[in-house]
Write a protein that binds this ligand. Structure first.
Ligand SMILES: NC(=O)c1ccc[n+]([C@@H]2O[C@H](COP(=O)([O-])OP(=O)(O)OC[C@H]3O[C@@H](n4cnc5c(N)ncnc54)[C@H](O)[C@@H]3O)[C@@H](O)[C@H]2O)c1
Length: 351
């Protein structure tokens, strides 16, 4: 029984599917999955459990450029070669790239195969592995092709975080800070009070951070699986982040570092339009500073950022909708005048 070794944190019931998310000790991580088709990347292949033979896995090149058709074909080709049937399982063992790609391949093979996600990056543990979105990038557009396909299980083992590089660790941590502001006051307090332990990757506190972040995301996803409304709250900081990533050039900022910058802009913008109380904005900025995120001048052109945020040029002089925060657990989506957006970006640039 899965429950015998899985410390269940959440069951996300989306009506069609139920996803069980929990912690599994590293020695049990492959339990019952030894004969499944495993997908990993050129970094996580070195971390595979001993019960799994690396030569039997689909190993994709590490990095965002692997979220592409070529790698989907690699997985599907291996699935056909092995004769996977409707009772088979595909296992993703890696960061968000491996999870998104393997889950996408699983969702289209035989119209949908069981997928188990074993996230190994912090970003995947707290965000990408939870919530059923799969996808690949297409024609230069991020996540342009994808499906909703909920993992049967998400097995989280924080031990894997010890081999993660610092930029990738802090990238994931920014999404956990986002989870805190979206709905967990105790997690906000942890980020304020436990700075040294969190920076030192104390595994006990990381377990708590992952569990709480998963709960926040699960609550949002359960309410709005297909993103007709409140799931957009998960994009707090992301409108700014995506624009920054586009303008600065993909890869020059980690996604989480861009999200941290975006959250600083979002609370600044919220303050500017009288929506975010200054104490809340200052609290957010203090947390971001405590983890050394870059929150001021991003070194990019303000007009280019505004263009990237406006979906078409006609809206450049109009409004853009932003996810803003009035407090912990109090998130709203509001249209903002471009002039106010420009003021916030200019202000950030002059800091
Ligand atoms: N489906 C969703 O809801 C969702 C949500 C958020 C993000 N995402 C997607 O997730 C992706 C980003 O995920 P990511 O940041 O994990 O990127 P990633 O998968 O590229 O992993 C980052 C790097 O860390 C390496 N790595 C992973 N685990 C490691 C470990 N334990 N030790 C050493 N190295 C390790 C990887 O090989 C890679 O080089 C993006 O494509 C994004 O679109 C999806």
């Amino acid at each position: 029984m899965l429950e015998d070794y899985l410390d269940v944190w959440e069951r996300i019931d989306t009506g069609q599917f139920t996803s069980t998310v929990g912690r599994v000790p590293r020695v049990r991580i492959a339990q019952g999955l030894e004969t499944a088709l495993w997908v990993c990347d050129t970094n996580t292949v070195t971390l595979l459990p001993s019960a799994v033979d690396a030569s039997d896995c689909v190993v994709i090149p590490a990095g965002e450029s692997s979220k592409a058709w070529t790698q989907v074909e690699m997985v599907l080709t291996e699935a056909v070669r092995r004769g996977l049937d409707r009772n088979s399982t595909i296992v993703a063992f890696g960061g968000g790239v491996v999870c998104d790609l393997a889950a996408f391949a699983a969702s289209v093979y035989l119209r949908g195969l069981r997928v188990v996600l074993i996230p190994t990056s912090l970003l995947a543990m707290v965000d990408a592995a939870v919530g059923g979105k799969t996808g690949i990038n297409f024609l230069g557009y991020k996540n342009m092709v994808g499906t909703f396909h909920t993992a049967a299980e998400v097995r989280i083992c924080e031990d894997y975080l010890l081999s993660l590089s610092d930029p990738e660790y802090y990238s994931g941590l920014a999404e956990a800070i986002k989870a805190a502001v979206l709905g967990d006051e105790d997690l906000m307090i942890s980020f304020e009070k436990e700075v040294p332990r969190i920076r030192d990757r104390d595994l006990e506190i990381l377990t708590d951070i992952c569990r709480r972040s998963v709960r926040v995301k699960a609550d949002v996803v359960r309410d709005d699986y297909r993103e007709h409304g409140t799931r957009a709250f998960l994009n707090f900081g992301h409108t700014f982040a995506h624009a920054l990533e586009t303008v600065a050039g993909l890869g020059s900022w980690t996604h989480g570092a861009a999200v941290a910058w975006g959250m600083a802009r979002a609370v600044g913008l919220g303050e500017r339009i009288g929506l975010t109380p200054p104490e809340h904005a200052n609290r957010m900025r203090a947390i971001l500073d405590a983890y050394s995120y870059r929150t001021g001048d991003a070194g990019v052109d303000v007009d280019a950022l505004i263009r990237a945020m406006s979906q078409d040029k006609k809206r450049l002089e109009g409004t853009v909708r932003f996810v803003l925060s009035r407090g912990v657990g109090d998130t709203v989506v509001v249209p903002v005048e471009t002039a106010q957006l420009r003021d916030e970006l200019l202000y950030a640039g002059t800091k």
